[in-house]
Design a protein around this ligand. Sequence first.
Ligand SMILES: C[S@@+](CC[C@H](N)C(=O)[O-])C[C@H]1O[C@@H](n2cnc3c(N)ncnc32)[C@H](O)[C@@H]1O
Length: 267
Amino acid sequence: MRSRDKTGYATADTGVLAASARAGKARKAACFDALGIEPGRRVLDLGCGPGHDLVEIARRVGPTGLAVGLDAFGEFARAARQRCHACGADANVAAGEATRLPFRTAAFDCCNIERVLQHVIDPAAVLAEVARVVSRGGLVGITEPDRRLTLADGPDQDTWQRIIAATVAGTGRHPNIGAAVPTLLARAGFEILDIQLHARGIYRDLRSADEAYLISGLAQEAERLGAIPAGRAASWLEECEAAAARGEFLVLSGLLTTIASRVTDAV
Ligand SMILES: C[S@@+](CC[C@H](N)C(=O)[O-])C[C@H]1O[C@@H](n2cnc3c(N)ncnc32)[C@H](O)[C@@H]1O
């Protein structure tokens, strides 16, 4: 069993985040465009993980702007710092907690948050802090999953559904937060400008799907929880592999991106 940080993350998850970063390149770029991340902007990447987005944000804001990442998991904050350094991207990275941001009021023109609110204890408390550190008229882009948007085609749909249902609680504190983000943002004093639906990645081979969505781990977990019969995880994965070889396999998971503007004064 891997040791996990209090955020639920382990260094070994870097591979999953890298796979998502690769699959989400165009989606992330569109979000950064919508946020107006360009030279001179002051941008916070909240829950930056090992820094895939932070590198791009730092490149966009350039030497006249400010790119700052924050993550509660110290090893990811360190990895983000190293990644930016290795890529020649000028960014500051803080290890810290999203409900107590170590930044002054109105310090940023915008804030990017991707797949973070799903994990935090109190998403409303995080958004109150975001409202404080983003200037009036500033923008936030929040991209979160909603596990009701997990779609799969392949062998034995009943087993697929049992695996998804049995393991959804383990994928974050708020697995269905994607659709709730606009309401949470409105309550925190933001005006919703746009809501987009995306696939985190669409995979038709088991290896890539496994790397991004940890399918074999979920199948084993479902077996451990008694949601599928003993031994079924291994045989089902073999069937998935065979189905993928015939071109009869597909899995995707949905993300919602909400773009909003801070209209009220910080509370
Ligand atoms: C799925 S990862 C996303 C990382 C990055 N945003 C990306 O898209 O690659 C979620 C990140 O949120 C961080 N996180 C979870 N709870 C947090 C909290 N309370 N405060 C700050 N960061 C947190 C985790 O440590 C992890 O790096």
